[in-house]
Write a new protein. Structure first.
Length: 150
């Protein structure tokens, strides 16, 4: 499972002209579910993300987590994170989980994130054509792969 985490001042997702999710200060997460991912992969990311110290303290050092600042999180499904671009010019998505498996793990991830103590967790809509907006704060962008976490 791949998560692209961005520290944001605010973020939102719009579908067919209507805002379906938004956050103020916190994190925007793009989540890609790979073939073979399980709830254990989601659990590894959930264990790490809310406590990842990427927000600045009073001295300007990244010492605070999303939980510490009472931040919010927007999670957007993004199967294109699983693209294989090693051959040719067209990405291959054979490494992505099937839509049914990916949706189940995405929903599991969101529910567990909501249970982690984060103030607010909003989402886009799995499989929809979404317009995502954000103001990256820093900028700070971190990529986590559950396969790399213990």
């Amino acid at each position: 499972m791949i998560a692209v985490i961005q520290r944001v001042s605010h973020s939102s997702v719009v579908i067919d002209g209507s805002e379906v999710g938004k956050t103020d200060k916190g994190l925007m997460i793009l989540l890609g579910v790979e073939l073979g991912d399980t709830s254990a992969d989601a659990d590894k990311l959930i264990k790490k993300i809310p406590v990842l110290r990427i927000f600045e303290d009073d001295q300007g050092k990244m010492n605070l987590s999303c939980l510490d600042i009472d931040g919010e999180i927007l999670v957007v499904s993004q199967f294109t994170l699983c693209a294989d671009c090693s051959h040719g010019r067209r990405p291959s998505f054979i490494g992505s989980a099937s839509p049914d498996e990916a949706k189940a793990l995405y929903l599991y991830f969101v529910e567990k994130l909501r249970q982690s103590g984060v103030k607010k967790v909003d989402t886009g809509k799995f499989g929809a054509d979404m317009k995502v907006s954000l103001l990256n704060d820093g900028p700070v962008t971190i990529i986590l792969n559950s396969k790399d976490l213990k």
